[in-house]
Write a protein of this length. Structure first.
Length: 128
């Protein structure tokens, strides 16, 4: 099952990335900011949810925002700074999906470490 999940992620990655960006940009988070770009890093770390047993993928991303006109973020100088994050994906019933959730300031390896009680890393090597 794990090998099949990793292979499917590799095949569907471009489609999953597009879906992630679409959902994340529509989420309204962070408040006052508009998603303007997302650069994908090559490595992906996989883990299994301790409670559900589902396989998850954490992909490294760099996100760019701009302030929404009239929002409280309009005067914040750091708005244009690139933000590191992990994009989260889940494998269920033979297919990958995403809710557009980004874990800010957490590259994939750190996300797995910080969520150690919730996820256990898979023995599979990270995808490049």
């Amino acid at each position: 099952e794990e090998l099949r999940a990793l292979e499917r992620f590799s095949r569907q990655r471009e489609e999953l990335e597009a879906k992630f960006f679409q959902l994340a940009a529509a989420s309204g988070k962070p408040r006052g900011l508009r998603w303007i770009g997302c650069d994908w890093k090559q490595s992906v770390t996989f883990a299994r949810d301790v409670q559900s047993g589902l396989i998850s993928a954490f992909a490294g991303i760099e996100i760019r925002f701009e302030a929404i006109a009239g929002s409280e973020m309009e005067e914040v100088a750091a708005v244009g700074d690139v933000r590191d994050a992990s994009a989260v994906f889940h494998y269920q019933n033979g297919s990958w999906g995403t809710g557009g959730k980004a874990l800010f300031n957490m590259p994939p390896e750190l996300a797995i470490e910080r969520l150690a009680g919730q996820f256990t890393p898979l023995d599979a090597p990270p995808l490049k």
